[in-house]
Write a protein that binds this ligand. Structure first.
Ligand SMILES: *Cc1c(COP(=O)(O)O)cnc(C)c1O
Length: 379
């Protein structure tokens, strides 16, 4: 068997709709983008949505909106992808890491208040693997200290926290449509928010901060005149990416149910080895199950890299989510971190393997992956 780590699923209708955009004469941000934004906002129960060309850009624009200054601080988790902290560094601000919880590997909300200073401007919680963070606690802290909360929702949708859909909880949520995310546009991202100011600002910032109707300047009703109103960015999406997004969004719930099927399969087959730990889905949340990390037991932790190699030899591609940011050269050298500065994150990383999860993954494949993993561990 040959099992890739991920397979995107694009249906024929979506391919046709991309073809229609390509033939339409309008390729860049336009009416199809607006249509996708409207549908996506509705899907996550947010008032507004602004599409950009990556999840990283979405996070970057949210911080730009706050007027963050060099030397300011933003609280986040070390257990995330490069993008989450990188966007803080862009402003010469400091990412202040808070260690994670051991049960779902999300930021440990109870440790956040200890890291707040007069320079703190925002909190960026990451819904790891699609499991929502403890948003009530995080929003209470934010309110007390007057901070923004921008959720890194790159591993969602759909995820639900205490009956609320991720995308309509914090001041804004940032989604990624990178090739292997829950839904994809190849590359792309989305900001969702109920905040009118953030919405208006993000739409301007994503296209060089050009004055409002400049986006129409190549259309019949547009004018050649524009004003650069501030420092902006080139983060606007194409209409053909938005067309892929519209097609993907139609399948988002179907994809979600298929991922849940895969996860149930893993729980069943890996249950035969009571030593392998999976992430705990807390009672008051529903995870999008974007990825399925498992944690190796006891002494097998030291064999993690070797186990990944053996799985590969047996045709199974896996990954590791994440190599915590504080052990990467850039952050280690800049801030002088030791691995054990964030011990829960470091220990989780050392013994973790992410197994494939995607709609096209068959039950037999899930069973094969599980049985191979158990066999290798018990060797
Ligand atoms: C994928 C990802 C991002 C960045 O998304 P891009 O669309 O690739 O820019 C941000 N945060 C996390 C946790 C991610 O996994």
């Amino acid at each position: 068997m040959k099992i890739p780590f991920f397979k995107p699923q694009i249906d024929e209708e979506t391919i046709k709709s991309v073809g229609m955009v390509l033939r339409s004469g309008w390729l860049t941000t336009g009416s199809i983008t607006a249509q996708f934004e409207e549908q996506f906002a509705e899907y996550v129960h947010a008032k507004h949505a602004v599409m950009v060309n990556s999840g990283t850009a979405a996070l970057h624009l949210c911080l730009a909106f706050t007027g963050i200054k060099p030397g300011d601080e933003v609280i986040t988790t070390p257990y995330t992808f490069a993008a989450t902290a990188e966007v803080i560094e862009y402003f010469n601000a400091r990412p202040v890491f808070v260690d994670i919880r051991d049960d779902n590997l999300n930021i440990n909300e109870s440790l956040i208040p200890f890291k707040i200073t007069e320079k703190t401007r925002a909190i960026i919680p990451v819904h790891f693997a699609g499991h929502p963070c403890e948003m009530n606690e995080i929003l209470n802290i934010a309110e007390q200290y007057k901070l923004y909360v921008f959720e890194d929702a790159a591993h969602c949708p759909p995820a639900v926290y205490m009956g609320e859909t991720v995308g309509s909880i914090g001041h804004a949520a940032c989604f990624s449509f990178y090739a292997n995310k829950c839904i994809t546009t190849g590359e792309g991202g989305m900001i969702t928010t109920d905040n009118n100011d953030l919405y208006e600002k993000a739409k301007i910032l994503r296209l060089h901060s050009l004055s409002k109707d400049a986006a129409k300047r190549y259309q019949a009703e547009g004018s050649w005149k524009y004003d650069i109103t501030g420092l902006g960015y080139k983060y606007n999406p194409t209409d053909f990416a938005a067309a892929i997004g519209i097609g993907q969004l139609k399948s988002a719930d179907k994809f979600f149910n298929e991922r849940k099927r895969v996860v149930e399969g893993y729980k069943k087959y890996l249950g035969n080895c009571d030593k392998i730990k999976v992430l705990r889905e807390l009672e008051h949340v529903s995870s999008s199950w974007h990825i399925f990390p498992v944690r190796l037991p006891g002494k097998t932790v030291s064999r993690r890299d070797e186990i990944i190699e053996i799985l590969k030899e047996r045709g199974i591609s896996t990954s590791v989510h994440f190599i915590p940011l504080h052990i990467h050269s850039y952050y280690k050298n800049k801030y002088g971190y030791n691995p054990d500065d964030f011990p829960v994150a470091y220990n989780a990383y050392k013994g973790l393997i992410t197994l494939p999860v995607y709609p096209a993954l068959k039950d037999e494949e899930v069973e094969y992956i599980s049985s191979q993993l158990i066999e290798i561990i018990e060797q």
